[in-house]
Design a binder for this molecule. Structure first.
Ligand code: ATP
Length: 630
């Protein structure tokens, strides 16, 4: 609001002041030469008796227009120089980069002075000088921004399609760097304003009879002992106008930052509750249910081209229960977890008949629901390297969760962060809290992430492949840690993995997903007696050290189904050796069995040996043997 108010005043003055007070500001009054402030002249008069206040107001237009013009020129030239390496190739690019680097090594105002001497005094010379002096800075910014974008997959795709570099620059690169560049320019317009003031103050900027704030300051300085207001007033408005630009830039930057990082701290309420509970599986949530999900659907697209990525799933997680979510890549595991944590954004759409967390309806997107998500649900992501901010100390990052969601003072939050680092067995937690993520090993970073998820004393931890990026020994320690946390604090866990042996280590129950649906929900101890052919095939494909090494490793034949063209009937039918006509036409419902497990297969009762070519499939092996074989 302050930025908007200040900027509106500046713009209004730039437009209106010369029209309203232009004549009064130029009127010479020989009877009131170099006077101090009075009722007639609030800021006194200059050596020709002209009113100080009117001149400060009228000078707004020239000061602002010249600063904005110089900034625009600097940005355009910087854009050309910064994009040159991309457009002209490595050899020419190196020369341009070297010139930019040399120019940046000199103080900015020195370069402006250098050009002012070349172009001569006056408004045109000053504008050119300030614009040219700014260009190397913008060139560096553009080079960095281009470097950040040019490695992205969509640029590689455009190059593969044979698009020219200039076209890629205009179509793909510029739109992606425009926002930070514009923010930089707005922030630096204030600096341009100060540069003009500096040049005019030195007498090599704007020349009389034209006048800007710098020239008024120059004139005011000559009589500063008689009339201090004559120099101070233009100085003050320069500061206010520069502040207006800076505040605007920072506001835009903050907004842009929020937009791009919308996520855990500011969940996006896209989940919607559908009317009418389906509850076909008799999957009634009990009082002890931490999470109750019913008919969860995640779709993408619209206008008749909607693709269902998660196709109506139901499950309940009880207090202190650990539930695994397993399936091949693309089966919808992460989307399910992120939909529960309210972390999915447009264009994905989330709908659910029920999405209750600790008895609170998350689809309602109330303050209470948002607070619960922030304090009682922790999410651990796959890659700890990209999940921790590299520029923040680990302790401060953990503490931020508490200051944001629990509004505790920073000191208390930091003590809590150190405590959580101790919980996750980080040695010397107080010292480690002061370190940056790069000073941690991969396993320690993941434990720090788990510590961060524990900051709010969560009731549910969602761990999305938390051990995939770690080596086997570290994986084991992280899994043991999760198991300990679960036991000692009664935390429920939704553990996502494509690795059944990892799931087996900590989960009580496993949900097997295929093509966006749960096809089997089975207690861990009964996994060797899994009834869905897909679960059996997944189990059979776990390598075992006792398997016959002369035989090829077991795989699941065929490919996962394309979710934009799911066949009618059972989605697994094209890959299933048991599939018959019924499977290809009718989709089997997820039925609850007397054992309490659920399975979606017309042939769940048929006993088959898993499709493993070895004599003794791992699925049927002794659980101890499976553990040793990991
Ligand atoms: N933003 C998105 N827009 C369109 N499709 C998406 C989007 N995110 C995911 N998908 C698609 O949704 C399907 C399920 O993705 P999801 O990430 O849940 O799979 P996953 O089972 O977690 O796989 P992985 O084990 O590889 O992480 C995939 O086919 C994926 O391509």
């Amino acid at each position: 609001m302050t930025a908007a108010l200040l900027l509106s005043i500046v713009v209004l003055l730039a437009i209106a002041a010369p029209l309203v007070w232009g004549d009064a500001a130029s009127a010479i009054d020989t009877s009131a030469l170099s006077e101090g402030p009075s009722a007639a002249h609030w800021l006194g008069t200059d050596s020709l008796g002209r009113d100080g206040l009117w001149r400060v107001l009228v000078a707004t237009r020239l000061s602002i227009v010249s600063a904005v013009t110089a900034t625009a020129g600097g940005v355009l030239l910087g854009l050309a120089l910064g994009a040159a390496p991309w457009l002209l190739g490595a050899r020419v690019g190196r020369v341009v980069t070297a010139v930019v680097n040399i120019a940046i090594a000199f103080p900015y105002l020195l370069i402006a002075l250098f050009f002012a001497v070349i172009f001569g005094v006056g408004i045109v010379g000053a504008t050119l000088s300030v614009g040219l002096a700014m260009a190397p800075y913008y060139a560096r910014v553009v080079q960095n921004l281009v470097a950040g974008v040019e490695e992205r997959d969509f640029i590689a795709a455009a190059r593969t399609h044979g698009q020219r570099r200039a076209t890629i620059l205009l179509r793909h690169i510029l739109p992606n760097i425009a926002e930070p560049l514009a923010i930089n320019a707005t922030l630096n317009a204030g600096a341009a304003l100060l540069s003009f003031a500096g040049l005019s103050l030195l007498g090599i900027g704007v020349q009389p009879p034209e006048y800007d704030w710098g020239l008024l300051m120059n004139e005011g300085l000559q009589s500063i002992y008689r009339n201090p207001a004559g120099a101070l007033a233009p100085g003050l408005v320069i500061i206010l106008a520069a502040l207006a630009f800076n505040l605007l830039g920072e506001t835009v930057a903050k907004h842009a930052g929020h937009h791009s990082t919308a996520g855990q701290s500011a969940p996006r309420p896209v989940a919607r509750r559908r009317n009418g509970l389906r509850n076909p599986s008799g999957n009634a949530p009990t009082d002890s249910a931490v999470l109750a999900v019913e008919d969860l659907v995640v779709t993408v697209g619209g206008n008749g081209r909607t693709v269902s990525l998660v196709r109506g799933i139901d499950f309940v997680i009880g207090k202190g229960e650990a539930v695994g979510l397993v399936g091949e890549s693309g089966s919808g595991k992460s989307l399910t977890a992120l939909a529960v944590a309210q972390l999915l954004e447009e264009p994905l759409q989330v709908n659910a008949a029920r999405l209750d967390f600790l008895g609170t309806d998350l689809t309602a997107s109330t303050n209470q629901a948002r607070h619960l998500l922030g304090t009682s649900m922790g999410v651990i992501f796959q890659n700890p390297t990209t999940s921790l901010n590299p520029t923040m100390r680990v302790g401060a990052q953990l503490a931020e969760v508490a200051t944001t969601h629990q509004r505790v003072p920073r000191r208390t939050a930091l003590a809590q962060a150190i405590e959580r680092l101790r919980w996750v067995r980080i040695p010397a937690p107080a010292r480690r809290a002061r370190q940056y993520p790069h000073e941690f090993s991969g396993g320690m970073r993941q434990r720090a992430m788990i510590g961060m998820a524990l900051m709010g004393e969560p009731s549910l931890l969602i761990a999305d492949e938390p051990t995939t990026a770690l080596d086997v020994t570290v994986q084991r320690r992280v899994l043991d840690l999760l198991q300990d946390i679960r036991r000692s604090r009664e935390v429920s866990i939704l553990f996502i993995s494509h690795d059944l042996s990892a799931i087996r280590r900590i989960c009580d129950r496993v949900l097997v997903m295929y093509a966006g649906r749960i096809v089997e929900d089975i207690r861990m101890g009964e996994l060797p007696q899994a009834r869905h052919p897909y679960t059996r095939a997944l189990l059979a494909s776990i390598p075992s050290v006792t398997a016959d090494r002369t035989l090829p490793l077991a795989t699941i034949p065929g490919r996962p189904v394309d979710l934009s063209a799911v066949p009618s009937g059972c989605a697994f039918a094209p890959r299933c050796s048991l599939a018959d006509g019924k499977c290809r036409t009718q989709d089997p419902p997820l039925r609850r069995e007397t054992s309490g497990n659920r399975v979606a297969c017309w042939h769940a009762d048929i006993q088959i040996q898993p499709a493993r070519p070895s004599a003794k499939p791992a699925i049927l092996a002794d659980p101890k043997e499976l553990r040793d074989g990991e």
